[in-house]
Design a protein around this ligand. Structure first.
Ligand SMILES: Nc1ncnc2c1ncn2[C@@H]1O[C@H](COP(=O)(O)OP(=O)(O)OP(=O)(O)O)[C@@H](O)[C@H]1O
Ligand SMILES: [Mg+2]
Length: 307
């Protein structure tokens, strides 16, 4: 099973949308996917058609249980090869509940719960809350890879440095290599600002970026309202296409990883670019050319953000 955490402390950048719609696409392609809703707002739970208020047991009951309550106890089958570990508002009390525990034990709760699952999943996608706290650290600790959705705004670019630093600190502390990639989201090619932001992001972060760009699409919101991934609601929409493109990149990386490592070690994945343990500060860059969305240019060279 490959575990991917979707993290950014900035709110509203497309974390939940990415978790749900990437899950939808991977499942449509034949993978068995577990979505782990680690956000007390329970948006992924809602977007997969489950009312969190009607769920009896959620992730809080697993993560707060000192005896290590089994994760599969709370997992719900939401159809079409997608399972959900649901969230609820109680999850916001987890930090307080575990305050007395040793820091390592507190941050390893999710990874232990995942390790105890029967090996039925190809992917686990973790939707994180918009802050850096115990829940996000649990996600990082459990993850083989991190996707950082990045909407097209100057605030997002500044914020991403914080995410990189946080992941770097954790990686250093646990001596564990988690791989990271940035995913441009909410892209509207009609606006000059979005086109320039995309160029700047690709110029700064180069191979740290996915080739895929997720365009803004009203179908994403419509699908969430109906509680299904967009691939099922509007399979020929731009949004379904873009999440298909993202799934394709991830599948290619998984295949490459599997072919490069002995079977006994196939527990995660190793993407093309290794991630710098300490993020370089972002500085203003020259806008040179205008790459289009989804792989039409602007990527090459170092994986370290340019100075
Ligand atoms: N590609 C897209 N096109 C149109 N709307 C989108 C797209 N991606 C996300 N949205 C919308 O933007 C809003 C924020 O998206 P989402 O909830 O996925 O962000 P988030 O990072 O999970 O937010 P939070 O930090 O609050 O958890 C939602 O209303 C969502 O429907
Ligand atoms: Mg969210």
């Amino acid at each position: 099973m490959r575990t991917i955490a979707i993290i950014n402390q900035k709110g509203g950048c497309g974390k939940t949308t990415t978790a749900v719609n990437l899950a939808g696409r991977l499942a449509a392609d034949g993978s068995r996917v577990l979505v782990i809703d680690l956000d007390p707002q329970a948006h992924a739970t809602l977007a997969l058609g489950i009312d969190p208020d009607l769920v009896e047991d959620n992730l809080y009951d697993v993560l707060a249980d000192d005896d290590g309550a089994a994760l599969d106890r709370v997992i719900l089958d939401v159809g079409k090869a997608i399972d959900l570990a649901p969230s609820g508002i109680a999850l916001s009390a987890l930090e307080q509940k575990l305050a007395g525990d040793h820091v390592e034990a507190r941050t390893e709760r999710l990874s232990h719960a995942l390790a105890a699952l029967p090996p039925v999943y190809d992917y686990a996608l973790i939707d994180c809350p918009p802050n850096v706290g115990l829940l996000s650290f649990n996600a990082l600790r459990a993850a083989d890879e991190v996707i950082v959705p990045l909407e097209m705004s100057i605030f997002a670019v500044h914020g991403v440095q914080k995410v990189l630093e946080t992941i770097g600190l954790l990686s250093d502390r646990i001596g564990y290599d988690v791989e990271i990639r940035l995913l441009p989201t909410l892209y509207d090619a009609r606006t000059r600002n979005a086109r320039e932001m995309l160029m700047e992001i690709r110029d700064l972060f180069k191979d740290l970026c996915f080739s895929t760009v997720i365009r803004s699409s009203v179908k994403v919101r419509d699908a969430a309202r109906r509680g299904v991934p967009v691939v099922r609601f509007a399979p020929s929409s731009n949004a379904a296409h873009d999440y298909g493109s993202l799934a394709f990149e991830i599948q290619a990386l998984t295949a490459r990883h599997d072919s490069e490592r002995p079977a006994a070690q196939r527990v995660g994945f190793a993407p093309t670019a290794s991630w710098p343990t300490t993020a370089e500060p972002v500085t203003a860059t020259e806008v040179r050319s205008a790459p289009g969305p989804n792989g039409s240019g602007g990527r090459s060279g170092s994986v370290v953000p340019a100075r």
